[in-house]
Design a protein around this ligand. Structure first.
Ligand code: SAM
Ligand code: SF4
Length: 483
C-alpha cells in the first residue's frame, strides 16, 4: 500500500465531522473578552485554583491575559505550591532515545522533514539500539522516550521490536524500566500492539491547535497534514487501553496564548470523554534551530523567556494533576527558572542524534542526524547535582506505571493528593541507587544531604522504618525496591 494512503479510510471518517473540539473563533473571543483583567478577576481565579481543580477556559484566559506584575507573582507562588502539593518536590529524570530520522512528512520546522537534504537518513538496527541503551544505563538512566519519524521503515511492528529490545538490555546495576514513545498518531489496533509490549506514556504533540497555521506548516498530501487524525489520536489511544498519554504544543508556530487554550480544551475533551482521565503529561517545547531548516531559525511567533515562564505557571494552575515536562531544548538558565513553577519531569544527559549515545559524549555533536539543537547539554550527573542544589529531590522512579497506577487509577491517586506518599519514598530509593552506582563524589555528597532532609519528613510516621530498611537493603546491593 502507498504509505501516504495508509489511513485514507480513517481520514474520511474524520472529514465527515462538521466540527471538532477546537473552536478557533471561540478561543479568540474568550481571550479578547479578558484582554485586560482586573486584579480582582485574577485573584478570583487564583482562589479557585487553590482548590487544586482544573480551570475553565475563561478562567485560564484571565490568567493568560494578566499583565499586572503583582498578581503575576501571586500566580507563580501558587503554581509552585500546587506542584509541591500534588507531586511533592521531586523532579523525575529521563532521556530520549532517537531511533530513526527517516520521515515521509515535511513539517516546515523540523530537521527530519523529507525535503531536507542536509540530514543523513538512518534507522538504528536492533544491535545499535542495544549499544545506545547500554550507554544510557551506564550513565544512570532508568526512563527513556523512544522517538521516531513517520516512515514505512518505522511502522508499529518495528516499534514493538524496538521497545522489547530496550527492555531486554540488562547490566550489572540497571535497566530501562519505563520506555515512553513519541511518534506519529496510530490506529486503535496499532496502539493495542504498543500496549501489549508495555509502553509507558504515548506522546503525540499537536504542534499547533490553530487550524490555519496547522495547514500552513504541515503540507497537504502528507499524513501529518491531517489535523483531525492527530487531534483525535489520544481518543484512539484510550480506546486501545493506552491510558497514559502526553499532549504538547510546539511553541513558536502560533500565538502562545491561543495554544495554551488549545491544550486546555484538549484536556477538557479527554476528561469529558474518558471518565475524568485527562493527559498524563503536557510538554511545551519551543522551536530551536534545526540543520538545513530556515523556518526554525526565526519562528514567526517566537515565545519570549518572560512569556514562557508565564505559560508554564498558567498551565500548572489550569491543569494541576498533569505532569509537566520541560526538555533540554531549553538552556539550563531557563530550566532553572521555570522548574519551581510546576515542572515535574526533565531530561538530562540528552543526545538527540540517531546513534549519538555511542558516537558522542555531548549533545549537538551530530547535526546531520539531529532533529533540532538543544540548549542544555550538561551531563546527567551535572543536572542531578543542580537539582539537589535547588533543594528538589531527583527521582528515577518508575513505580506507578509498573504497579498499574496509570490512567484512571493514577488520576484517583493524584487527585487524592497522596502521590507524595509514593513519589517521595520512591524518589528516595531511586536517588540512593543513582548515588551509589553512578554519581560523582560531589553529586553524591549533595544527594546524600537531600536524602537526609527528605527522610526527616517521614520521622514519626509508620512508613519511616520501611524507608530505613529499604535504604539499608540498597546499600547492601539490592536494587529496584519501590512502594
Ligand atoms: N515524527 C513524530 C511526529 O511528528 O509526531 C514524532 C515527533 S518528533 C520526532 C518530536 C517532536 O519534536 C515534534 O512533535 C515537535 O513538536 C518537536 N520538534 C520538531 N521540530 C522541532 C524544532 N525545530 N525545535 C524544537 N522541537 C521540534
Ligand atoms: Fe517527521 Fe515528526 Fe519531523 Fe514532522 S516533526 S518532519 S513528522 S519527524
Amino acid at each position: 500500500m502507498n504509505f501516504l494512503k495508509k489511513y485514507k479510510k480513517e481520514f474520511e471518517e474524520y472529514d465527515k465531522l462538521d466540527h471538532d473540539f477546537i473552536d478557533d473563533e471561540k478561543i479568540w473571543a474568550q481571550l479578547n473578552k479578558w484582554e485586560n483583567p482586573s486584579k480582582q478577576d485574577v485573584r478570583r481565579v487564583l482562589k479557585k485554583a487553590e482548590q487544586c481543580v482544573r480551570l475553565e477556559p475563561e478562567e485560564t484566559a484571565i490568567l493568560i491575559q494578566n499583565r499586572d506584575e503583582g498578581t503575576i507573582q501571586e500566580m507563580y507562588e501558587l503554581a509552585h505550591q500546587l506542584k509541591e502539593g500534588v507531586y511533592g518536590d521531586r523532579i523525575v529524570f529521563f532521556a530520549p532515545l532517537y531511533i530513526s530520522d527517516e520521515c515521509a512528512n515535511n513539517c516546515l520546522y523540523c530537521g527530519f522533514r523529507s525535503s531536507n537534504k542536509a540530514i543523513q537518513r538512518k534507522t538504528l538496527t536492533m544491535d545499535e539500539i542495544e549499544q545506545e541503551v547500554r550507554i544510557m544505563i551506564g550513565e544512570g538512566q532508568k526512563r527513556t522516550v523512544l522517538v521516531y519519524g513517520e516512515s514505512p521503515k518505522t511502522e508499529v511492528d518495528f516499534m514493538c521490536e524496538t521497545i522489547k529490545k530496550v527492555y531486554s538490555v540488562k547490566t550489572e546495576h540497571g535497566e530501562i524500566r519505563r520506555a515512553n514513545i513519541n511518534c506519529a498518531p496510530l490506529t486503535v489496533d496499532e496502539l493495542k500492539k504498543l500496549k501489549d509490549v508495555g509502553i509507558g506514556t504515548f506522546q503525540v504533540f499537536q504542534e499547533t491547535y490553530h487550524h490555519d497555521t496547522y495547514r500552513r506548516v504541515h503540507p497537504q498530501g502528507t499524513i501529518k497534514g491531517h489535523y483531525r487524525w492527530r487531534l483525535y489520536c489520544m481518543d484512539r489511544a484510550q480506546q486501545a487501553g493506552v491510558d497514559d498519554n502526553g499532549l504538547g504544543v510546539l511553541f513558536g508556530l502560533y500565538d502562545w496564548r491561543f495554544e495554551v487554550m488549545g491544550l486546555l480544551y484538549h484536556t477538557i475533551h479527554l476528561e469529558e470523554t474518558f471518565n475524568g482521565v485527562g493527559p498524563h503529561t503536557i510538554s511545551f517545547p519551543r522551536i530551536t534551530p534545526a540543520t538545513g531548516t530556515p523556518f526554525s531559525e526565526h519562528p514567526e511567533y517566537a515565545v519570549s523567556d518572560a512569556d514562557f515562564k508565564k505559560l508554564v505557571a498558567v498551565l500548572r494552575l489550569s491543569v494541576p494533576y498533569t505532569g509537566m515536562i520541560c526538555t533540554a531544548r531549553e538552556p539550563s538558565r531557563v530550566r532553572k527558572e521555570v522548574i519551581p513553577f510546576g515542572v515535574s519531569q526533565i531530561d538530562a544527559g540528552t543526545r538527540i542524534g540517531v546513534g549519538a549515545y555511542v558516537k558522542s559524549e555531548s549533545a549537538n555533536a551530530l547535526p546531520e542526524h539531529e532533529q533540532f539543537s538543544i540548549g542544555d547539554d550538561r551531563s546527567l550527573d551535572g543536572v542531578v547535582k543542580e537539582i539537589c542544589d535547588m533543594g528538589f529531590i531527583p527521582s528515577f522512579c518508575t513505580a506507578c506505571y509498573r504497579a498499574g497506577r496509570t490512567g484512571e487509577q493514577f488520576m484517583k491517586v493524584a487527585k487524592s493528593r497522596f502521590v507524595h506518599n509514593y513519589c517521595i519514598p520512591n524518589a528516595i530509593f531511586t536517588l540512593k541507587e543513582y548515588l551509589l552506582d553512578y554519581a560523582s563524589d560531589e553529586t553524591r555528597q549533595k544527594g546524600e544531604k537531600i536524602l537526609r532532609s527528605h527522610m526527616e519528613q517521614f520521622k514519626g510516621e509508620p512508613v519511616y522504618s520501611k524507608l530505613l530498611e529499604n535504604l539499608s537493603r540498597i546499600e547492601n546491593g539490592e536494587r529496584d525496591l519501590r512502594l
